[in-house]
Design a protein around this ligand. Sequence first.
Ligand code: P6P
Length: 353
Amino acid sequence: MVDAYQPIDHEYALDRDCTTLSRHVLQQLQSFGPDAQDLSTLMNRIALAGKLVARRLSRAGLMAGALGFTGEMNVQGESVKKMDVYANEVFISVFKQSGMVCRLASEEMDEPYYIPENCPVGRYTLLYDPIDGSSNVDININVGSIFAIRQQEGEDLDGSASDLLQSGRKQIAAGYILYGPSTMLVYSIGRGVHAFTLDPSLGEFILSNEDIKIPEHGPVYSVNEGNFWQWDEGIRDYIRYMHRHDGYTARYSGALVGDFHRILFQGGVFLYPGSVKKPEGKLRLLYESAPLAFLAEQAGGRASTGIQDILDVIPDKLHARSPLVIGSTEDVALVESFIQERSRQQTEATAVR
Ligand code: P6P
């Protein structure tokens, strides 16, 4: 008698290699309906953008004119890198002729970009930072792309995209692509956080970590301590506590995506506080803090301005900035406790006068 077929390892490996991003989205939603198909297609296009950017980054050092500055300044007042421009255009290109995305809002563009053939039929808006951490690009240290997807509300007939000025709880999907030793795409559509690793031999992002959970506490605190002199006393008190207590270690790469990725997997906290001069901080809400806050909450962590949940902040303009404290619930709460204590002392001191 023939032995019953016993699936062996390669059966598992084959199924895993078939768990691409688009299939995973449909599995998550347990639906093949139009909304599910839309999200699956959107994520597939974002994956294509990631592959195109990863390919360029991997060869940029050998390509004349791929690296360095363009000589322009962006709306943020930052010098623009050639890779910023390339990556920005990649995300626009992958959504042309898609019928999906009518508007794209990017760190690199003063106003949202409208894809005429997709408007108004395309009911989705992509908000993105095409290359986050571009100061690292020319020295071959990890960078990332950050993205969020929102549904367009109303016809936006005046082109003001004012419906985007809503809290991060309006995001229907968010994630990032980390261009590191391997290229990883991490995303959530509100059903947990999942990571895919690019298999260059397949040209596909394959599921590598499902349902990621941020540990409640971790040893890492990630902040640019060179800004210590600019911070409010509450943040300074927190940093002094880190310096005086065992069990903490500092990690900071200068690229938000890589620093957050470490926190997502190992726990701890990343913070980019406001300063006395710039209380709103440096990071942009709609396409940096809010997408990562969406992931952090989906992974059982937290994201706060230090006072308020990031996902509850309502921006007053497209490129609004926000302070960011993000990571393990216990470590975010510890930062907030120092801010609250200083605030209490200041209130008391004022009352006494
Ligand atoms: P600093 C990169 O420019 C970025 O927006 C984030 O990726 C990063 O976390 C932060 O700025 C670094 O800023 O002031 O520490 O160089």
